[in-house]
Design a protein around this ligand. Structure first.
Ligand SMILES: NC(=O)c1ccc[n+]([C@@H]2O[C@H](COP(=O)([O-])OP(=O)(O)OC[C@H]3O[C@@H](n4cnc5c(N)ncnc54)[C@H](O)[C@@H]3O)[C@@H](O)[C@H]2O)c1
Length: 251
């Protein structure tokens, strides 16, 4: 018997990167997964490649789409045991140069998205005594140049995790978070030149010095799948830091 046998996952932003990694690992451990993304073509391709049960797309900034996608996923799977709030975006800019529109966009995806998806999934998760895994970032714990609005949004998601865990304990729903450091996805590909320009240090050197190596989607999926499993039945309201020691270091 595999660790996630019979578990039914709905994962936002899972056409690529960390979300796809969580979907793949969950399926390999016996789960059934519905992929969801803004990019419908990529979601379909990923679902076919990894053997997902289906696709139910939404833009997490659109509440009606999120509610429909959660309901469709529940129909496809016959219930939902795990919601993974993974969809997120970055915009790199010094705070003083950031537009209010881009600040609002980051919060709409990274904070309001998980809030809306959580609300939409609570009825299904109450029926299954399920759980939620949020994906904030170490940027929600420490400050990083260029990522002011992203850092603020990820700190907000850690707080949403805590409050949801406390409020939903009485209906049997656990809520946890995984906070990765830099991981090898297209998000980091986009950030790499911005950091190099701002610090005048090759990004590879920064990563080697601060966290040993880039994380992988699999590194993050391992912990997300543990939190989603019954092995973590007394774990709720927690955030797990996965960063090769970056946040543990003062220098
Ligand atoms: N890569 C990292 O180093 C890193 C580190 C810490 C936290 N994170 C977080 O992990 C999550 C996944 O990041 P990633 O690196 O895989 O990113 P990515 O950009 O590689 O992939 C993100 C996926 O989310 C989808 N998406 C974007 N906006 C969406 C929206 N509004 N609605 C639905 N789907 C949307 C994209 O189409 C894409 O498929 C994000 O929340 C990110 O903030 C990433």
């Amino acid at each position: 018997m595999s660790e996630l046998d019979g578990k039914r996952f709905f994962i936002t932003g899972s056409a690529a990167g960390i979300g796809r990694g969580i979907a793949e690992l969950a399926i390999s451990r016996g789960a059934r997964v519905v992929i969801s993304d803004l990019d419908g073509d990529a979601a379909r391709r990923t679902a076919d490649e990894i053997g997902a049960t289906g696709v139910s797309n939404c833009d997490v900034t659109n509440e009606d789409e999120v509610v429909n996608a959660v309901n469709t996923a529940e129909e496809l799977l016959g219930g939902i045991d795990v919601l993974v709030n993974n969809a997120g975006i970055e915009i790199a800019a010094p705070l003083a140069e950031q537009t209010t529109e881009s600040f609002d966009r980051i919060f709409a995806v990274n904070v309001r998205g998980p809030f809306v998806a959580t609300k939409a999934a609570v009825p299904a998760l109450s029926r299954s005594a399920g759980n939620i895994v949020n994906i904030p970032s170490i940027a929600g714990i420490g400050g990083s140049p260029l990522l002011g609005s992203y850092c603020a949004s990820k700190a907000a998601l850690i707080q949403l995790t805590r409050v949801a865990a406390v409020e939903l304990r009485s209906v049997g729903i656990r809520v946890n978070a995984v906070c990765p450091g830099f991981a090898d996805t297209t998000m980091v590909d986009r950030l790499r030149p911005e950091f190099e320009a701002a610090t005048a240090v090759p990004f590879a050197d920064l990563v080697a010095a601060q966290q040993g190596r880039l994380g992988t989607a699999q590194d993050i999926a391992e912990v997300a799948c543990f939190l989603a499993s019954d092995r973590a039945s007394w774990v709720t309201g927690s955030h797990y830091v996965l960063d090769g020691g970056l946040t543990a270091s003062l220098i």
